[in-house]
Design a protein around this ligand. Structure first.
Ligand code: FEO
Length: 405
């Protein structure tokens, strides 16, 4: 019944949209949903590239069967084992018991570990080619883009790179699957958010993969999430290159936690100082209101970061602490930092924020504003000055190559 979209000769999109899940990995909001992309090649031999989340298994099988018209499925190529892509392996094996699962040694180990599958497996090496007849598939191991087993599959005839998570983004595919056939506006910010939250820790691995793939002539990128890239390949690759080098734009993100508005008023004042210094991209996030995945997205995007926190039980405000840990885990580089805080009877927050900045090896503003109870005139001026100082540092910042990947 299904009419699958054809993306090249003998190659069909058989992926699905997930419009039901609220949070990806049970953490990251999905306002536009997410697609799990899978591709079917119908040559003398047939091959499926990646599967989909098992929740969509029925539709997935119907799409494959509609395309195969009674033919069998010879190979299942596994570029990435995370269950949003590998979740339907057992289902596929039920329908096609003779199918050969193709992956590298780490993949096949995980196929067994996750799904107890040990037979009909073909281990490939880096650079190895599998012929389906007319179409030839070459495998490129790209470990840690996002997991250790990740690899990419290059279809040599049409110059299509099946890239796994790389170059992927959140957002359903609303009808069309290839970028040239749709308005791609919504995907750019969702690509940065996807990168910052999912792949962000693995910048050096992404850089290695990009260098390794440079010799390939690529006319289409088929990621496991989001549109098939054809018209915007250069933009997408440039985006991943920039993000994985922790490259940033002029702009300041101000993040604060505040229980009763005192630290919030400081954040507003700091922002005014940043604006007075001529910075136009200023984004203020209340850490208790904005989901951290969006805050991380903006931190990956902009060079300046100013964090404010009240002292809470002689520590940072917990929501601020949680965000800092997420930044730390991702090893975010090339940032300019400023901080401020408030306390009622004993100050602790700004000390923690300063230690965080030292840990990150970021350039920090000398001014630190720490207010006891309500904001008063001298610290009001201090907040303005903090904003101006971070803005100046940010505008004059030269990326340290040692801090680039
Ligand atoms: Fe889309 Fe790393 O899984």
């Amino acid at each position: 019944m299904f009419k699958n979209q054809q993306i090249a000769k003998d190659i069909f999109y058989v992926g699905v949209n997930d419009r039901q899940k609220h949070k990806f990995e049970n953490m990251l909001p999905l306002p536009y949903g997410v697609s799990y992309n899978s591709y079917l090649i119908t040559d003398k031999k047939t091959a499926l590239i990646d599967t989909v989340d098992i929740a969509q298994g029925d539709v997935f099988i119907d799409k494959i069967q509609s395309q195969l018209q009674g033919r069998t499925l010879d190979y299942l190529i596994i570029n990435h084992m995370e269950p949003d892509h590998s979740g339907s392996i057992r289902l596929i094996r039920q329908y096609y018991p003779e199918i050969i699962i193709v992956g590298n040694n780490k993949t096949l180990d995980m196929v067994n570990g996750f799904y107890g599958v040990e037979s009909n497996m073909k281990e490939i090496k880096d650079g190895e080619i599998l012929s389906l007849g007319e179409h030839k598939l070459q495998f490129h191991l790209t470990p840690m883009v996002h997991w250790p087993e990740t690899m990419m599959t290059y279809e040599m005839n049409n110059k299509i790179l099946f890239s796994g998570d790389a170059f992927g983004c959140f957002g359903n595919l609303d009808g069309a699957v290839i970028d040239k056939d749709m308005d791609i506006t919504k995907y750019w910010e969702e690509m940065i958010r996807y990168y910052a939250n999912i792949v962000g820790k693995y910048g050096s691995a992404v850089q290695k993969a990009l260098k390794k793939l440079t010799p390939l002539d690529i006319e289409m990128i088929c990621s496991t999430h989001g549109p098939v890239w054809k018209e915007y390949i250069t933009d997408v690759v440039d985006m991943y290159d920039k993000l994985s080098r922790y490259g940033t734009e002029d702009g300041v993100v101000i993040v604060y936690g505040s229980m009763y508005g005192n630290t919030e008023l400081m954040a507003e004042t700091v922002a005014q100082g940043v604006a007075e210094a001529g910075v136009k991209n200023i984004i203020i996030h209340n850490v208790s209101k904005t989901d951290s995945s969006y805050i991380l997205k903006d931190i990956f995007k902009y060079r300046g970061l100013i964090v404010g926190s009240p002292t809470y039980s002689n520590e940072l405000y917990p929501e601020v602490e949680s965000l800092l840990r997420k930044i730390e885990i991702r090893g975010v580089k090339n940032h300019v930092f400023g901080c401020f805080g408030s306390f009622t009877w004993a100050s602790a927050a700004v000390k923690r924020l300063s230690t965080f900045s030292e840990t990150m090896k970021w350039k920090s503003a000398e001014i630190i504003v720490d207010e006891k109870q309500g904001l008063k005139a001298d610290n009001y001026q201090g907040c303005l000055e903090l904003g101006r100082q971070v803005a100046d540092l940010m505008v004059n910042f030269v990326e340290d190559p040692a801090h680039c990947v």
